[in-house]
Write a protein that binds this ligand. Structure first.
Ligand SMILES: Cc1cc2nc3c(=O)[nH]c(=O)nc-3n(C[C@H](O)[C@H](O)[C@H](O)COP(=O)(O)OP(=O)(O)OC[C@H]3O[C@@H](n4cnc5c(N)ncnc54)[C@H](O)[C@@H]3O)c2cc1C
Ligand SMILES: *[C@@H]1O[C@H](CO)[C@@H](O)[C@H](O)[C@H]1NC(C)=O
Ligand SMILES: *[C@@H]1O[C@H](CO)[C@@H](O)[C@H](O)[C@H]1NC(C)=O
Ligand SMILES: *[C@@H]1O[C@H](CO)[C@@H](O)[C@H](O)[C@H]1NC(C)=O
Ligand SMILES: *[C@@H]1O[C@H](CO)[C@@H](O)[C@H](O)[C@H]1NC(C)=O
Ligand SMILES: *[C@@H]1O[C@H](CO)[C@@H](O)[C@H](O)[C@H]1NC(C)=O
Ligand SMILES: *[C@@H]1O[C@H](CO)[C@@H](O)[C@H](O)[C@H]1NC(C)=O
Ligand SMILES: *[C@@H]1O[C@H](CO)[C@@H](O)[C@H](O)[C@H]1NC(C)=O
Length: 526
């Protein structure tokens, strides 16, 4: 479907295909390209933050191009619920992860949540009941055992970083720290709740060094809290609020429903071609497309991306995280309304409908009868490729094992998104694979002439998080605005054509996306 429409639009462009260079194109194209200083590709957190960052530095000549009919990107919601009792539920990002510990710095997303008055509640991961196939079964002691090994895992990650040692998988790190779940279903479920639920990949496919950096810089810098956002306007009210500080209603600088198909870049500018035949000539461009979009060749780059950039794109991982929503008759709620999380240990398959979360509890959507279950990675691909009925049957079988068949009525509403199939995302958020260096990440992040990259995946420390997308958008905007206002030539790139097996401590610097202050703050000076 996607390929067909792309081909169709290229056929349209075929008229001037041979003359696509910026100089010759003008005389052959019916409508000339729009001209702008900065083309911002994507109106998610990174794109809107970048646009505000440019505005703050008095660069107002930009155009934002967005695939969807609305802004927000992977912060997206819908209404859910039967009998016209609809509740707003978040399909994508849901938590502010790490809030603030005064007098320390605030997570910028937390500041925005406060600024726009987003309704939220602290998620209490200790408010947990555990289940096996035959019902309730307390194995919460296994979580304590895991956390004990985790403290060794994080210290070892500190040595890997400061002593320039080889990275390894979190699985290897956990094993060395004494955590060996083997095939014990309860241990696996406990581990899933602590690891996969955050990274959307199992420990085997996650870097020990960067997985811990990612956790430390968020939860030790800001706060250990995860605050669940459930605002009737949707979580993306913070992105819309931000956009409203510089965009007027129907601002011509925002092109919605516009799909970028080709990007040609050089040391002097970038031309962006869209599926509808329109194009934009820009002095600079910021590509905020997800790693999934870059990996799936949705956009064709001209010239072809150099091998160092292709390697960066291919090496990092795009995870998938799927929330499956169920609503039960509110007067027949069968779970403990005082408990937030219900962990299920499937006897056969690790990660099979493992974590159920109640929204019908104090501080959440009381009286809603809503419960949702999260799957990631292989289970996400499975669930997203099968129909709703099949998934519903599987989830209901699990709930009836957990709570007893007689207690669990049929749901009155059922729904889930399919992130791995969305052509504007191709997954949920990125993850850092084992044994992959900071240099390789810089290659994913680096600009190509006047074409810059920003988004959650380009964040060295906060990849996967909203604040990662925020900081990357802000940083790139600052860089480009400086080039424009100072009139300096900023086409230089900072990348590694020759990669090394490890990255020395001295390369953990601002040029590689590392926030230097974090060295002193999170146990790394020791
Ligand atoms: C299910 C899920 C749960 C998550 N949970 C959390 C959480 O609890 N906390 C947290 O901090 N983060 C969470 N995240 C991650 C968070 O959503 C992302 O880090 C963040 O939204 C990424 O912002 P971005 O600007 O980098 O990318 P995006 O939001 O993807 O923005 C890129 C934009 O580019 C557009 N685009 C793509 N292709 C094209 C094209 N060809 N032409 C034109 N436009 C295009 C897209 O439509 C999109 O609007 C979650 C994500 C998902 C999906
Ligand atoms: C867009 O990319 C395709 C290759 O995928 C190429 O055939 C076409 O000429 C490109 N169009 C433009 C306008 O550059
Ligand atoms: C723009 O400036 C405002 C006001 O100082 C500030 O709150 C906001 O965070 C800035 N935006 C960015 C992206 O830096
Ligand atoms: C929902 O509301 C509409 C009008 O507001 C009404 O026509 C419809 O019957 C209602 N449906 C249910 C299931 O209550
Ligand atoms: C979290 O839940 C646990 C277990 O129910 C409880 O002991 C603890 O007080 C709760 N913490 C907060 C901050 O509510
Ligand atoms: C993470 O934090 C722990 C606890 O402060 C510390 O021991 C460890 O060195 C840190 N690791 C990294 C990689 O930052
Ligand atoms: C429900 O959860 C609360 C808080 O965790 C707990 O105190 C209570 O015993 C639970 N009730 C039942 C019936 O399990
Ligand atoms: C900027 O530098 C590049 C590469 O060195 C060069 O090709 C280009 O002409 C320069 N642009 C300007 C405006 O000086």
């Amino acid at each position: 479907m996607q390929i067909k429409s792309l081909t169709a639009s290229l056929a349209l462009l075929g008229l001037n295909g041979a003359n696509a260079s910026p100089l010759s194109r003008r005389s052959y194209t019916a409508t000339p390209c729009k001209k702008t200083s900065v083309a911002i590709l994507g109106a998610g957190t990174a794109g809107i933050t970048a646009a505000q960052g440019l505005t703050n530095k008095s660069v107002t000549d930009f155009i934002i191009v967005e695939y969807n009919g609305d802004i927000g990107g992977r912060v997206a919601h819908t209404t859910f619920g039967a009998h016209n009792q609809s509740y707003t539920v978040e399909l994508g990002a849901n938590w502010v992860q790490g809030t603030v510990t005064p007098p320390g710095p605030s997570n910028p997303i937390w500041s925005l949540a406060l600024l726009y008055n987003l309704r939220n509640t602290y998620s209490n991961y200790s408010s947990l009941e555990t289940f096996k196939q035959n019902g309730a079964n307390d194995f919460t002691d296994l979580t304590a055992q895991y956390l004990n090994a985790y403290s060794t895992l994080e210290q070892d990650a500190g040595y890997i970083l400061t002593e320039n040692l080889q990275d390894r998988s979190t699985r290897a790190g956990l094993s060395l720290a004494g955590w060996k779940p083997h095939k014990n279903p309860e241990a696996q479920a406990s581990e899933w709740f602590q690891w996969d639920f955050e990274y959307a990949y199992p420990p085997e496919q996650s870097s020990q060094e960067f997985g811990i950096i990612n956790y430390n810089t968020t939860f030790y810098q800001y706060s250990p809290a995860n605050n669940y956002v459930f605002d009737p306007r949707g979580f993306n009210a913070f992105i819309k609020g931000t956009a409203a500080t510089f965009l007027t209603p129907n601002d011509p600088r925002l092109l919605l429903n516009t799909i970028v198909t080709n990007v040609s870049y050089s040391e002097t500018g970038v031309t962006v071609y869209n599926q509808d035949g329109s194009c934009i000539d820009a002095d600079y461009a910021i590509c905020t497309f997800s790693l999934g979009v870059l990996q799936n060749d949705v956009v064709t780059f001209d010239p072809e991306l150099p091998s160092w950039k292709q390697m960066g794109i291919a090496t990092f991982q795009m995870g998938t995280y799927t929330k499956i929503f169920l609503q039960f008759p509110p007067d027949q709620v069968f779970w403990n309304k005082s408990t937030q999380f219900f962990l299920y240990a499937d006897p056969v398959e690790r990660g099979y409908y493992p974590v159920f979360q109640s929204l019908d509890g104090p501080g959440f959507l009381e009286g809603s009868g809503i419960l949702f279950v999260t799957v990631v990675d292989q289970q996400s691909y499975q669930v997203e490729s099968q129909d709703d009925e099949t998934t519903k049957t599987q989830v209901m079988a699990v709930l009836r094992h957990m709570f007893g068949a007689a207690n669990v009525p049929d749901p009155i509403a059922f729904m889930y998104p399919r992130w791995s199939l969305e052509p504007w995302a191709f997954g949920s958020y990125s993850n850092w694979p084992p044994g992959t260096t900071l240099e390789m990440h810089q290659n994913l992040r680096a600009n190509l002439g006047r074409l810059y990259f920003a988004g959650e995946a380009t964040s060295t420390e906060y990849y996967g998080f909203l604040h990662g997308a925020f900081f990357e958008g802000q940083a790139v905007a600052g860089e480009i605005a400086d080039c424009i206002t100072r009139g300096t030539n900023c086409s230089g790139e900072y990348n590694y054509r020759e990669l090394h097996g490890t990255t020395p401590l001295s390369e953990y610097n601002a040029a590689n996306g590392w926030d230097v202050s974090s060295f002193l703050t999170y146990g790394l000076s020791a």
